[in-house]
Design a protein around this ligand. Structure first.
Ligand SMILES: Nc1ncnc2c1ncn2[C@@H]1O[C@H](COP(=O)(O)OP(=O)(O)O)[C@@H](O)[C@H]1O
Ligand SMILES: [Mg+2]
Length: 227
């Protein structure tokens, strides 16, 4: 471990963790952060974890898993296998239930849709290239949706690699790309359309329901046709 983060690790144990309150009510919805001690700042919430930073250490973030949510050990292993690549973060320290990661600056593509910020094609290509790199490292890019990818100064980044050991195919990134090329570029981007969060959330929830409906149908069909 680099010694420059020693004071941060001390602060995490003495100030952050004893007071921090996080809860994951539904694994398909973002976690709830009930209390974050000052001067820590919340950067983002996923379905399993919250990501915070301390203003004295703005270039690193702490990802804290909600009790009972999986993925922590897998994420450590994925970062080990990924090594160093400009489109991914790096894991700097592993604690009990938390990781210290290199901070990635920028806006998630989900937030870009909300803010009406133009997403250049290079961002999509950078992410594609990063996912190919992960595959070459024996990983399986998984759960790549708008809140797990970011854009900064015209470049694309992948913020969440926690599911990259899951071998089953995941079509989220391919579907996002289809939506980008067929809807976003021709229609939304030219008019800088801003999509309210409630509509983005409706799309997100319907996507999940459609996906689980499709899986159930496939299973049913398979159970009929397989011996
Ligand atoms: N290394 C990072 N740098 C900056 N922001 C991050 C970083 N990792 C995560 N985030 C932010 O925190 C949010 C939640 O983190 P994420 O890893 O996706 O959690 P989960 O595994 O619960 O989905 C992301 O959508 C992003 O906004
Ligand atoms: Mg995530």
């Amino acid at each position: 471990m680099d010694t420059y983060i020693n004071p941060l690790i001390e602060n995490i144990h003495q100030e952050l963790l004893p007071a921090f309150q996080i809860e994951s009510v539904d694994p398909h919805e973002p976690v709830k952060v009930h209390y974050l001690p000052d001067p820590w700042r919340l950067l983002g919430k996923g379905n399993y974890a919250a990501v915070v930073y301390h203003p004295n250490h703005p270039n690193v973030v702490v990802k804290i898993y909600a009790p009972g949510r999986p993925g922590f050990e897998e994420e450590v292993e994925v970062y080990q296998r990924l090594g160093s690549h400009p489109a991914f973060s790096q894991c700097l320290y592993v604690g009990i239930g938390f990781l210290v990661l290199k901070r990635l600056y920028g806006v998630t593509l989900y937030d870009c849709m909300h803010l009406g910020v133009r997403i250049p094609i290079k961002v999509i290509r950078d992410i594609d290239e990063a996912l190919d790199y992960a595959r070459r490292r024996g990983l399986h890019p998984h759960d790549i949706h708008g809140r797990n990818v970011m854009m900064h100064e015209g470049k694309g980044f992948v913020v969440d690699v926690s599911d990259f050991l899951h071998e089953e195919t995941c079509s989220k990134w391919n579907n996002l790309k289809k939506a980008y090329y067929w809807l976003y570029r021709p229609f939304f981007s030219p008019i800088k359309l801003r999509i309210p969060y409630f509509l983005l959330d409706i799309v997100r929830r319907s996507y999940r329901r459609c996906a689980s409906f499709k899986t159930t149908c496939c299973r049913l069909v398979r159970s009929f046709i397989s011996p």
